[in-house]
Write a protein that binds this ligand. Structure first.
Ligand code: GDP
Ligand code: MG
Length: 450
């Protein structure tokens, strides 16, 4: 899937202290292929990759994020941008009714969407009226009536009161444009505040269909025209969207059948190509399998790295560049104190329960196993022990003698052996960290991105 491939492309960057231009080029090549295989339109892929490359190569050195995380962050931000950035909400008319017209190919999910929208609007206190203007497909009117009933919304059909089976012929000769007009009158008379106009579609683009849709549009003067797009149609999504934009025009896109599409090509192309925002997403046949479209959530779904993204956000929020540099310098010279250690631990714990943080660490195999035995209660104990020490003891734990160890243990509710263990481990760790830091030639925590 696209997610797996993007994750794969970005995984190769992990563990690199610096990224060369060649590293970035390789990663971008893989991302490009993944997008093309997911049916993302070529011009969209080109501009996307161009932006990633430029930003990754020009990225500022960051103390909070390692280079791989920085690239993940950039890719995520650019994904959000091509999905439209901000969430676009329905614009309601100043003078009701607000008219929402649905357009799209046959089978794209217009009638199903009509029901979903009606329920969604009702849940927000609106009183929607569904208007059946698909008089082409046999059974289309009764389908809308069923959907409306499920949503608890009224339906205006060509001959209200008669069952469709009896009036099949009358319905066929009725004119969808007149029905649309009559629907608006009905809404005005009975004070429905939103009108949802369901229209006919064809299996492919054709002129008659476009003209009919344009005729309905002119008759009802919609506040929103939603182009309904089946996300599973892959490559054809773009040309279909362009035809509807030119033939009927629309103010927003609804992506349907996202439940069946693992590739995401339509989602990533349609906004860029048409310039119109994706407003809703439909993820199943049921009325409630539907929601407002949020570009940021879709991006993290496509990237498939929700956990890593949360970690990045938390790290950026809680990172203090100056403190990190000071600590790194102390580590290098073997002067780290228990006071520093306590501060570091508290900074890390601000990000959330330790178990969650470990779960977010990307692929830290062995280290993860070792750390998986650490839990928050152990960390609480360590904090309590350090807090039980005097400032002088925290700075130089060597001065803590046997009687002080007993006092600290009693004061923090632990055993003397726990205190001993903490102090011993601290000395070991300090020595090891100092020698590691010397070997890596790191005077501070700064790492170069390239
Ligand atoms: P219309 O011709 O544009 O009105 O399309 P319909 O609303 O009749 O939908 C065509 C088919 O797609 C129906 O079988 C729907 O149940 C199905 N459908 C609609 N939306 C979704 C969706 O989001 N996911 C899935 N899996 N099926 C959908
Ligand atoms: Mg329909």
């Amino acid at each position: 899937s696209l997610s797996d491939r993007l994750t794969g492309a970005l995984k190769d960057l992990r563990g690199k202290g610096r990224l060369s231009d060649a590293d970035i080029d390789t990663t971008c090549r893989e991302i490009r292929l993944a997008l093309l295989d997911a049916d993302v339109a070529l011009p969209v892929v080109r501009s996307f990759i161009g932006k990633i490359k430029e930003r990754a190569k020009g990225a500022e050195v960051s103390g909070a994020l390692n280079p791989a995380q920085q690239v993940v962050k950039i890719v995520n931000e650019e994904l959000i941008a091509i999905l439209g950035g901000e969430t676009r909400r329905v614009q309601f008319a100043k003078n009701p009714p607000t008219v929402i017209m649905l357009a799209g190919l046959q089978g794209s999910g217009k009638t199903t969407l009509a029901g979903k929208l009606a329920k969604w609007l009702k849940d927000q206190g609106h009183t929607p009226l569904l208007v059946a203007c698909d008089l082409q497909r046999p059974g289309a009117v009764s389908q809308l009536q069923i959907v409306g009933e499920r949503a608890g919304a009224a339906v205006f059909a060509p001959h209200p009161g008669t069952s469709v089976g009896d009036s099949e012929i009358e319905i066929r000769v009725a004119d969808p444009i007149n029905v649309a007009r009559a629907g608006i009158e009905e809404a005005n008379a009975k004070q429905y505040d939103v009108v949802i106009v369901d229209t006919a579609g064809r299996l492919g683009i054709d002129m008659e269909l476009m003209q009919q849709a344009a005729g309905i549009r002119d008759a009802v003067e919609p506040d929103e025209t939603l182009f309904v797009l089946d996300a599973m149609i892959g490559q054809d999504a773009v040309s279909t969207a362009e035809s509807f934009r030119d033939g009927v025009g629309f103010t927003g896109v609804v992506l349907t059948k996202l439940d069946g599409d693992a590739r995401g090509g339509a989602a990533l192309s349609v906004r860029e190509v048409t310039g119109m925002p994706i407003m809703f997403a439909s993820t199943g046949e049921k009325l409630e399998e539907f929601d407002v479209f949020h570009p940021d959530r879709m991006a993290s779904r496509i990237l498939g790295m929700g956990d890593v993204l949360s970690l990045i956000e938390a790290a950026e929020q809680h990172f203090d560049e100056e403190q990190a540099q000071a600590t790194a310098a102390k580590i290098g010279s073997g002067q780290l104190t228990l006071e520093d250690f306590l501060e570091q631990m508290m900074a890390i714990r601000k990000m959330g329960p330790i178990g969650n943080l470990l779960g977010m660490l990307p692929g830290a195999g062995q280290m993860k196993d070792a750390l998986s035995q650490v839990d928050d209660s152990q960390l609480d104990r360590v904090q309590a022990i350090i807090r039980g020490m005097t400032p002088a003891e925290r700075t130089d734990p060597k001065i803590i003698n046997a009687s002080r160890r007993l006092r600290i243990a009693n004061g923090s509710g632990v055993k003397v052996s726990d205190v001993n263990q903490l102090v011993d481990r601290f000395f070991e760790a300090r020595k090891m960290m100092a020698s590691m830091s010397r070997q890596m030639g790191m005077p501070g925590a700064r790492r170069q991105t390239r």
